[in-house]
Design a protein around this ligand. Structure first.
Ligand SMILES: C[S@@+](CC[C@H](N)C(=O)[O-])C[C@H]1O[C@@H](n2cnc3c(N)ncnc32)[C@H](O)[C@@H]1O
Length: 281
């Protein structure tokens, strides 16, 4: 039997690809491709309904992040959506030193550059999203060589691989998503850091280690609030905590929660409407 996929063609005003894709990835879609004036979302048939997409867009509308939207559904037979999606990936220079390259693109690296090769497949973390960029920039600034790092919600393991390449001696990367386990392991191997990056599929409460020098978590606000005590219990005295996945409006509730747990804010960054905060325990 032919396997079918659905393609949802989404137009919105304004067309904010980053915000749309971050919300749509949460629905467990398979891929997104960015077109000139719309985005296309690909998913295996039956997995996601048009109503689920519309509910997510309606939520964004309620929060004034988009004004209007339109969704058109097409069924595709044996379409290689991954190929479509790959066409829109580019080599990304996140800092002067850190470059993210999709596996299918050629790139000649500069002398001091750290080039990370990624095959994102179905996990979050291509490096395109503002929150990933914020975390990468902060890792470049705060990660000390030989650190013990925890990556909460690792997706493609992009942040773990960056940490390993920057000199971390041990990185535990975990995610609740099955695709991320597979994809994170593949990417760690692809970048020859699978001896440093330990990718797991579990919840934070299952992480037995409690001695991390740096914890990075790029997840949405409610999860960061829910996991705050568990995060706090796993960081060393004077450890660094990098949080992103947050919108401007999340700043106050997050800083209040984490300062109650003894964290002090030491840095802040905003890219578009997304923010990242660095704390020291
Ligand atoms: C925004 S993505 C971040 C991916 C990657 N770290 C990056 O910075 O690009 C958030 C990830 O958190 C995972 N996630 C969501 N809830 C989680 C939880 N309670 N514990 C661990 N991971 C979670 C999702 O599956 C997703 O892969």
């Amino acid at each position: 039997m032919k396997k079918s996929y659905k393609e949802f063609l989404i137009t919105s005003e304004p067309l904010n690809v980053e915000i749309l894709s971050s919300v749509l990835w949460e629905l467990n879609i398979d891929g997104i491709s960015e077109e000139i004036n719309c985005i296309k979302v690909f998913t295996e048939d039956q997995r996601i309904t048009e109503d689920q997409i519309k509910n997510a867009l309606e939520e964004l509308k309620k929060n004034n992040l988009i004004r209007t939207y339109d969704v058109q559904e097409n069924v595709l037979y044996e379409k290689n959506w991954n190929e479509e999606w790959e066409k829109s990936r580019e080599v990304l220079h996140i800092t002067d030193k850190i470059v993210i390259k999709p596996t299918f693109k050629e790139y000649e690296s500069g002398e001091d550059e750290i080039v990370i090769t990624l095959d994102p497949k179905m996990s979050f973390g291509t490096g395109d999203h503002a929150t990933t960029k914020i975390c990468v920039k902060f890792l470049g600034k705060y990660l000390q060589p030989n650190s013990n790092v925890l990556d909460v919600g690792s997706g493609t393991a992009i942040l773990s691989i960056v940490a390993a390449k920057l000199g971390a001696s041990k990185v535990v990367a975990f995610d609740i998503d099955e695709w991320s386990l597979q994809n994170g392991k593949e990417n760690a191997k692809l970048n020859s850091v699978d001896n440093i990056v330990d990718v797991r599929m579990c919840e934070l409460r299952d992480i037995a280690e409690r001695n991390f020098d740096l914890i990075v978590a790029n997840i949405q606000r409610n999860i960061l609030l829910e996991l705050s005590s568990e995060i706090s219990n796993r960081i060393n005295e004077s450890g660094i905590l990098i949080l992103s996945g947050l919108l401007e409006g999340d700043y106050q509730i997050i800083t209040e929660k984490y300062s109650e747990l003894g964290f002090k804010e030491i840095d802040f960054m905003q890219l578009d409407e997304w923010i990242g905060i660095v704390f020291r325990k």
